[in-house]
Design a protein around this ligand. Structure first.
Ligand SMILES: *[C@@H]1O[C@H](CO)[C@@H](O)[C@H](O)[C@H]1NC(C)=O
Ligand SMILES: *[C@@H]1O[C@H](CO)[C@@H](O)[C@H](O)[C@H]1NC(C)=O
Length: 215
């Protein structure tokens, strides 16, 4: 087997095995069934461009004052997330919106999780370096004691096309991704080489009279 073929096929096998593991799911909640009970705002102006790793976002949220009494009785945690606007999801299946929140890829960047409080809350977030260049909004999920989504709020409208901001990734991000990918495939080559050597040694022990068969 050619070494390059070994490297790429073992890398593929590793990727397939890793992607076979199901993500941590929080049950099967449909986004369309969640009441919009939280009022959320974020500091960026519409269209503002923020630099990943440098700029900060202040998110403020509270329970909508018109929500019926007891609406938040089950709220335990508020989870704030950065979410892709539709314009940044086009042709990117890995960012696709699914109504089933366990499969939804709209909001993959966690800003923070905080204990729920009905009063006005705010949180300052430094846009992390792993946030890719894209157009975003902020969404807050109210989670119950079982970490199941029971309400939400967001900085944009239902169509997710107003009040959006942009993040510009730092240069060098692709370099570090490439390094991570090549380390990963070097590791698979090494473990495969180790496996073959162990096999070969075992084979030699098993057939001391026919060493040529192992070559
Ligand atoms: C609060 O909820 C009401 C009823 O759903 C809605 O009309 C109103 O716009 C909400 N307020 C804010 C600030 O989002
Ligand atoms: C939250 O802040 C807004 C504006 O700053 C104010 O109108 C509202 O009454 C506050 N709500 C609470 C629960 O403090």
């Amino acid at each position: 087997m050619a070494p390059t073929l070994t490297a790429s096929s073992s890398f593929l096998v590793a990727v397939v095995i890793l992607s076979a593991f199901p993500g941590f799911s929080s049950g099967s909640v449909l986004f369309s069934t969640l009441p919009r009970t939280l009022v959320v705002s974020a500091s960026p102006q519409p269209g503002q461009v923020l630099k990943a790793g440098e700029d900060k976002i202040t998110v403020t949220w509270s329970l909508n004052g018109t929500a019926p009494a007891g609406t938040d009785a089950s709220y335990k945690t508020v989870q704030l997330k950065l979410c892709y606007a539709p314009v940044s999801q086009v042709d990117r299946a890995w960012r696709k919106t699914k109504d089933d929140l366990a499969k939804d890829k709209t909001c993959t960047h966690l800003i923070t999780s905080r204990p729920y409080a009905a009063s006005n809350q705010s949180y300052e977030y430094l846009v992390q370096k792993d946030v890719p260049t894209a157009t975003y909004f902020v969404r807050a999920y109210a989670l119950d004691a079982n970490k199941v989504q029971v309400g939400f709020g967001q900085t944009t409208d239902k169509a997710k096309d107003t009040n959006l901001f942009e993040v510009e990734a730092i240069t060098g991000r692709h370099a570090s991704l490439d390094i991570a990918a090549s380390c990963f495939s070097a590791f698979s080559v090494l473990s495969l080489a180790g496996f073959f050597m162990a096999e070969k040694r075992r084979g030699k022990k098993g057939n001391p009279t026919t060493p040529a068969a192992n070559m």
